[in-house]
Design a protein around this ligand. Structure first.
Ligand code: FES
Length: 219
């Protein structure tokens, strides 16, 4: 893998890195390694170069091999360039049973082979383990955002819209609200459990964005 000549943090990132390092007691600066690697990856367009590893090792007074051990342990770090849009397709059991394999085919069709950057530099994709959004399987992470309840068609559409420069809202792509049941509310629907005024919850309470909803919840 061809590497750039060098790496230094931008002045803003350097200032940020020094503040992070100061959070740890003298002699424990190495604790900042993941934070600094993550910032270096962001600055470098989604991957950590070899000069960046050495730069961080020196900054934290760590052996280079220790930084290399960390960066190769966590799959959130990339050691080769990625596309401007980097897709991580979850292939663990719930997503696999819900059609993840068809999503990888859609990636092959709309982007190209796994772990290679498309000719226009816009996309690359890989397969990952569970991303913790199994209730909305199958799903894909694109840069920092989750796109859920996908089909090969909806994923292909997302890729083509991103290619055209459109904003594509993340979240469920089938009209579902968050991770609410697809069939609508089916638990806690007995009005009697909400108090003595027997008015019950207002309509559309479960996971809706109804501003009148009195139910606690993510929305
Ligand atoms: S299995 Fe895909 S998000 Fe958990």
């Amino acid at each position: 893998m061809e590497q750039p000549e060098g790496f230094v943090f931008t002045p803003e990132n350097l200032e940020w890195a020094q503040a992070v390092i100061k959070k740890y007691p003298e002699g424990r600066q190495a604790s900042a390694v993941i934070s600094l690697l993550w910032r270096a990856q962001e600055q470098n367009g989604g991957w950590v170069s070899e000069p960046a590893l050495r730069y961080i090792a020196e900054m934290l007074d760590m052996a280079y091999i220790r930084v290399y051990e960390v960066v190769t342990f966590y799959t959130m770090f990339n050691l080769q360039p990625v596309g401007r849009y980097y897709l991580q397709v979850c292939g663990t059991t719930p997503c696999m049973l819900s059609g993840a394999q068809d999503l990888t085919e859609a990636c092959r069709k709309h982007i190209g082979p796994k772990d290679t950057v498309s000719d226009d530099g816009m996309f690359s994709w890989t397969e990952v383990e569970c991303l913790g959004a199994c209730v909305n399987a199958p799903m894909v992470q694109i840069n920092k955002y989750y796109y859920e309840d996908l089909t090969p068609e909806s994923l292909g559409d997302i890729i083509e819209r991103l290619r055209k420069g459109e904003d594509v809202p993340p979240g469920p792509q089938d009209g579902r609200q968050g991770c609410a049941p697809k069939s609508g509310p089916n638990t806690l629907i007995d009005a009697a459990i909400y108090g003595s005024d027997d008015s019950g919850p207002e309509p559309g309470y479960a996971g809706t964005s109804d501003p009148k909803s009195k139910m606690p919840g993510p929305y």
